[in-house]
Design a protein around this ligand. Sequence first.
Ligand code: FE
Length: 257
Amino acid sequence: MDESGERPVDRRGFIKGSAVGAAAFAAPGKMMNERTEEAEVHDADAHEHTHGHGHGHDHDHDHQDVPSDIALRVRALESVLIEKEMVDPAALDEIVDNFENRIGPQNGARVVARAWVDPGFRDRLLADGTSAIGELDYLGGQGEHMKVVANTDSVHNLIVCTLCSCYPWPTLGLPPVWYKSSAYRARAVIEPREVLREFGLDLPEDVEVRVWDSTAEIRYLVLPQRPPGTADMTEEELAELVTRDSMVGVARVASPS
Ligand code: FE
């Protein structure tokens, strides 16, 4: 699908080579897994969804206080479903509340902090991410099958979805705009070090970069390294340090200031 209508992501000058869309697939040697046909079926759906957010681009027609087409369609669908008693409005409110208040990177941060303080949990997390994350009750839609990859002094992991925007919702919430951009999706594979540099993370050449391609079947979470200066911190205090970006792999967790 053509993405040219989307507003360029201007975070830290990240987009400098946006015309690389399909080229992501030109560097299969760097991918850590391969997609299945089923994944692509799902991803086509997700792709459709991704493009529902493209109303922020520059264009000529006047903006008015009229809801967008998609908002109108959602409202119409919602009223019909409620009228026919096929959905409970309270259940819809609960879902919205979940995404606004309960699901987000704070959940992933608690997983990371637990792994930092509990070696047994860390071992289980790396051996079977789904099961260990389930211990903390952070499984759910778009996060049913989780793989956790640990950063070390010699390995840095980076997460992408080259085809669309697959992302572990229960542990990280909804994906940021840059994660869904065609530039990130392609360049994370082709030139991950340069992408990381643009995010402000300059990795030494002797650190191996591993790029993991999320799919409908499996979603990844990076276990960042515990920063220096945190030996006396509690699990809760440690969780406060862990950022979304560090769990996608575009940043490190900084020492407390
Ligand atoms: Fe995807």
